[in-house]
Write a protein that binds this ligand. Structure first.
Ligand code: IMP
Ligand code: MG
Length: 181
């Protein structure tokens, strides 16, 4: 029987660094809300852990919803086409909405989601992205809250995948080109 280990993967941000930064983001979001309610809209599946941790750092009356979009196929490259696979469950009209996403990369996903969600006429619409790769941007879009800004590296762990794997790594690691498939 072979045992899969994650030894040898380079850690970019440790679980402690992530926890500290996410707590700071939550405090900032709490301050900006100024006592108002919040609807957090997580983008499945990559943002699952980020939403779970971020939401517990936000001291406000908050609810969750989730959307899913078609994104990267099996590998590290995007097809460019974005499609909504799972829509909101609850109306967001007149609400303060925070989109919670793992990575802002080319911006195609968040530009598309922002357009779709704005059609629901929320009171406010902000974006929290754990990671930002500004050098990769195609669409003109910025997040209101960014955990870490990184160069053009492919990362895995803490929710982020390569071909659906590695999401359960507790740290954010670098995907090395010679990683066994
Ligand atoms: P965008 O539409 O190009 O901004 O892509 C955003 C999505 O691509 C993210 O939600 C991730 O799912 C995925 N993605 C981009 N970069 C990475 C990465 O380094 N590792 C894992 N997924 C990534
Ligand atoms: Mg994603």
């Amino acid at each position: 029987m072979s045992t899969m280990t994650y030894e040898g993967l380079e850690v970019l941000y440790s679980r402690q660094q992530i926890a500290e930064r996410v707590a700071e983001m939550g405090a900032q979001i709490t301050r900006d809300l100024d006592g108002e309610k919040l609807v957090m809209v997580g983008v499945l599946k990559g943002a699952a852990f980020f939403l779970s941790d971020l939401s517990r750092s936000i001291k406000a009356d908050a609810t969750f919803d989730f959307v899913a979009v078609s994104s990267y196929g099996k590998g590290q490259r995007s097809s460019g086409a974005v499609k909504l696979i799972k829509d909101l469950d609850q109306p967001i009209e007149g609400k303060n909405v925070l989109i919670v996403e793992d990575i802002l990369d080319t911006g195609l996903t968040l530009a598309y989601l922002r357009k779709i969600l704005l059609q629901h006429r929320p009171k406010s619409l902000r974006i929290a992205a754990l990671l930002d790769k500004p050098s990769r941007r195609i669409e003109k879009i910025e997040a209101d809250y960014v955990g870490f800004s990184i160069p053009n590296l492919f990362v895995i762990g803490y929710g982020m995948d390569y071909a659906e794997r590695y999401r359960n790594l507790p740290d954010i690691c670098l995907m090395s080109p010679d990683q066994p498939e």
